[in-house]
Design a protein around this ligand. Sequence first.
Ligand code: HEM
Ligand SMILES: *[C@@H]1O[C@H](CO)[C@@H](O)[C@H](O)[C@H]1NC(C)=O
Ligand SMILES: *[C@@H]1O[C@H](CO)[C@@H](O)[C@H](O)[C@H]1NC(C)=O
Length: 322
Amino acid sequence: FTSGKLKGMFGTVEIVADKMVNYLNEQLAEGDVKEFEMKHVMGTYAIDVIASLFFGLEINSFLEPNNEILNVSRKVNEPTFGSVVRGTCQFLYPSLEKLFIRMGWREQAPNMMRQIVQRTIKMREEQNISRKDMLQLLMQLRNKGEISADDNDWSAKAGNDASKPMSIETIASNLFLFYVAGFETTASGISFTAFELAQQPAALEKVQRDVKQALEKHDNKFTYEAIQDMKYLELCLMETTRKYPGLPILNRQCTRDYPLPDSNLVIKEGTPIIISLFGLHRDANYFPDPMLWQPERFVNQNYDPVAYMPFGAGPRHCIAQR
Ligand code: HEM
Ligand SMILES: *[C@@H]1O[C@H](CO)[C@@H](O)[C@H](O)[C@H]1NC(C)=O
Ligand SMILES: *[C@@H]1O[C@H](CO)[C@@H](O)[C@H](O)[C@H]1NC(C)=O
């Protein structure tokens, strides 16, 4: 996730974005008005980006809603009795969930994803295919022992020392994590931004101007660099992740007995800690009038960074923050 790698993958993302724009244009014949469920449109876009960047699958979920990845995604999000029990356990009684797993309770979705990853890696290795995506970088890590510092080097050909320290299982697990962490957060971040802009014509106009000016500055080409110049758009996304944090909480574990100031309570080492991002981000002490969506509040970095952690903090912060 360095800027060089992101730049390299930009074209892959842009192809997916074009599919979304084409879909919307087709739905909106000249001059027509049509209602869209934005969460659905953005969720479809997000899943295609993930399918393409992480799993190396070029799909168009707008046109083919019954594709493999969407099927897996539906499995992951299915609110069955079992998945609700299991999800609750993951959160409240992790040891109970481990017991379930030992008793043989396997989830279907990770298995389906493992098969997709296995098949794609095999195909790329057999046919010497190299593609600018996350899967390719993980194959490079697996086959060469490291990810190349050269942003133009996407090759994953094994060297002489053919030991493979990273199993396909590990690659598949990481990709599954990226899917789980990236799908809903991306889809809701974009749709909440659209939702707020739809209610604030002045801000909408401002962001349109911002995008237009940035494009003009870059020969009307939609590039990685052009996006860096869309400053007001960035403020909008910051404000959205404040008011609607993609994850409502952070999880931590207390590593050392901690006496609470002005109290005789002690948080014992090993205690699981839940930090409410909703609570912090909507606290009027830190963000006056917190329910007002107002990108300008982030101008000049004029906020308390400790009260604003939409991507978490420390060594385990979100890898996708940039
Ligand atoms: C607006 C979009 C997103 C938001 C608001 C968001 C938010 C977060 C938050 C709050 C955490 C927990 C950090 C902590 O505990 O300190 C996290 C972790 C993580 N996120 Fe994101 N995320 C977003 C998008 C993504 C995307 C697109 C990916 C896919 C690559 C991703 C991958 C991850 C991973 C892998 C972790 C775990 C990192 C670790 O434990 O070391 N996130 N994210
Ligand atoms: C996805 O699921 C649908 C309905 O269950 C099924 O008809 C379709 O064949 C599946 N697609 C793939 C690629 O497996
Ligand atoms: C892929 O590369 C290897 C080693 O460079 C070569 O032996 C093999 O024939 C190539 N396969 C194809 C399908 O090009």
